[in-house]
Design a protein around this ligand. Structure first.
Ligand code: HEC
Length: 125
């Protein structure tokens, strides 16, 4: 193998590794993006702010904590929080659950959301 071919193939390996990291989300970036949410959502169990604690949120039904007053809209939503439903909600909360009371406009970039949700899965599992 010539040197340039070697370079080319290692570049391809690096590129494809980068692609994998993308698909799974980057939790380091996600931690910074979570600053958007942290103003209202604590990472600690049972600590509610403007929004409910998100501790253990994945696998739980929406509006299920009895120590937080949720909107009727979120209670009726029938959502179970998975990476997929979290992605839709974070992208556009009002479109996903009309009339919910979360005052957040949404995170439009799909890659940002993938990183955010990867972080959330690590912190809130
Ligand atoms: C300005 C405050 C605020 C910000 C910022 C905010 N939220 Fe919320 N969040 C709320 C409130 C209030 C509720 C309850 C909404 C309701 O009852 O309709 C909520 C509810 C939620 C729920 C439902 C929790 C449950 O127990 O069912 C999730 C999930 C959520 N927020 C995720 C996020 C994420 C992710 C971000 C950042 C991208 C974010 N929120 C940013 C205030 C906020």
């Amino acid at each position: 193998m010539t040197f340039s071919k070697l370079l080319l193939s290692s570049a391809i390996v690096l590129l494809s590794m980068h692609g994998v990291a993308h698909a799974q989300g980057d939790p380091k970036r996600g931690e910074k993006l979570f600053e958007d949410c942290r103003a209202c959502h604590s990472v600690e169990r049972g600590v509610n702010g403007v929004g409910p604690s998100l501790h253990g949120v994945f696998g739980r039904r929406a509006a299920e904590r009895d120590d937080f007053r949720y909107s009727p809209a979120l209670k009726r939503s029938g959502i179970t929080w998975t990476p997929q439903t979290m992605d839709a909600f974070a992208a556009d909360p009002q479109k996903t659950v009309p009339a919910n009371r979360m005052p957040y406009a949404g995170m439009p970039d799909a890659r940002d959301r993938a990183d955010l949700i990867m972080y959330m899965q690590q912190v809130f599992k």
